[in-house]
Design a protein around this ligand. Structure first.
Ligand code: MLT
Length: 405
């Protein structure tokens, strides 16, 4: 008789956003007359920009023509897109990333879950706490995280780096040496970020202990302040210790169309000199048949002059929502963080109210959905995340309702 992968049985409950989705469905069923506003999952609400839509139409038309029809995409992604990435996301920042160091995918979520496959199951991971749950769950599925303690919500074989108001939501170098370090800046969920100098310390540390950093830069487009790295490769020595994950979801609204990429420099090698780039190329070739041609053309359009202008306007729109949330909550006495270099606002729940209690309170009394901080890890308890990805109209309405609680 077949047997399931035991590692899956160790996973606690359901995935955070599935639990929230279920609670919201139940609430809507019992309150059909209430209009629910979602500031929970970080899903965009602005339509794809006109230049992106145009490129999708044009690429679709190509599919109707025997001369230009496209079948399977190249393993690593079409050269036109990798070249636009290399020029716009790296060369423009003084960083040389070769085309065969860029792997186009269907998004940063799958890449952040899958990348752990190329590492030994004995490797120890270090994560920020709170953390995007995919990093830990994917490692748990692979059997790398030990056992889950339901009382503490901690895995026995994971190094946690608490990020709270006390340390400015910036992780400190761990006292136990990790093999794999997950970092995400600007951060999901706290909305905080670290300076380029702070990031350089992580790069130096990783090189000194021969660890690899998996750097999630999905929110890079939201950086508004100076002295913050837009890519980890702006830091000296990063090519020998870092993999970078990027997404088109948050900067250009591809949450539904799906597109992302991973950079693995050829200098990045394990202790035996094995190139991670080759392993990921092998894995990509075996398990992935490429992001759709039409969507890769859409990705290329993000880097056109019109695409840059239009997507920048969308980012400004969301960041204006972030300001509305930040200022509105501060006005009524909440302690708020984030929302300056990221589309997430991380607020302290009122004294004595847990993250899930606050979730229920907001849903019951304001029909507003947010995300309980503890869903991202034990150090998220007592915090709550709101996203700036709603429409401005709904954001203002949600704030009004929260003020009346
Ligand atoms: C979030 O809400 O944390 C993210 O949007 C989820 C994701 O990107 O997968």
């Amino acid at each position: 008789m077949f047997k399931v992968n035991d590692n899956y049985l160790k996973l606690p409950g359901s995935y955070l956003f599935s639990t929230i989705g279920r609670k919201v469905r139940e609430y809507k069923e019992s309150n059909p007359d209430k209009e629910v506003i979602s500031l929970g999952i970080g899903d965009v609400t602005q339509p794809l920009a006109p230049s992106i839509i145009k490129s999708i139409h044009e690429a679709t038309d190509e599919m109707a023509d025997g001369q230009t029809f496209k079948g399977y995409a190249p393993d690593l992604g079409y050269e036109f897109l990798r070249s636009a990435i290399s020029i716009n996301d790296y060369k423009s920042r003084g960083v040389d990333i070769a085309l065969d160091e860029i792997f186009v995918s269907d998004g940063a979520k799958s890449d952040s879950g899958n990348i752990q496959e190329i590492f030994s199951v004995d490797n120890k991971i270090a994560v920020c706490d709170p953390v995007y749950p995919v990093y830990i769950d994917a490692n748990a599925m692979a059997g790398r995280t030990g056992d889950f303690n339901a009382d503490t919500s901690l895995w026995s074989n994971v190094i946690y780096m608490p990020c709270t108001a006390e340390n400015g939501f910036a992780p400190e170098l761990p006292s136990e040496t990790p093999d794999i370090i997950y970092l995400c800046f600007p951060n999901n969920p706290t909305g905080a970020t670290i300076s380029k100098d702070q990031l350089q310390k992580w790069v130096d540390y990783a090189n000194s202990v021969k660890a690899v950093i998996i750097y999630d830069a999905a929110y890079e487009a939201y950086i508004s302040e100076a002295n913050i790295a837009h890519t980890i490769y702006e830091c000296e020595g990063a090519k020998t210790c870092a993999i970078e994950l990027k997404s088109f979801s948050k900067n250009a609204g591809f949450t539904g169309t799906r597109l992302g990429y991973t950079v693995i420099p050829k200098e990045l090698k394990d202790e035996n000199g094995v190139m991670l780039n080759s392993l990921w190329a092998r894995r990509h070739g075996t398990k992935f048949n490429g992001a759709p041609y039409i969507i890769q053309r859409a990705g290329e359009a993000v880097y056109s002059e019109a695409g840059k202008r239009e997507t920048k306007a969308q980012i400004d729109y969301y960041m204006n929502n972030a300001k509305i949330i930040r200022d509105g909550l501060a006005d009524i006495g909440y302690t708020v963080f984030g929302g300056v270099n990221a589309p997430y606002i991380w607020l302290k729940t009122p004294e004595g109210v847990s993250s899930w209690q606050f979730f229920d309170l907001l849903l019951d009394r304001a029909s507003v959905v947010g995300t309980p901080g503890c869903g991202f890890g034990p150090s998220g308890e007592g915090y709550f995340r709101l996203t700036a990805f709603g429409t401005t109209e709904n954001t203002i309405k949600a704030l009004g309702r929260i003020k009346n609680i």
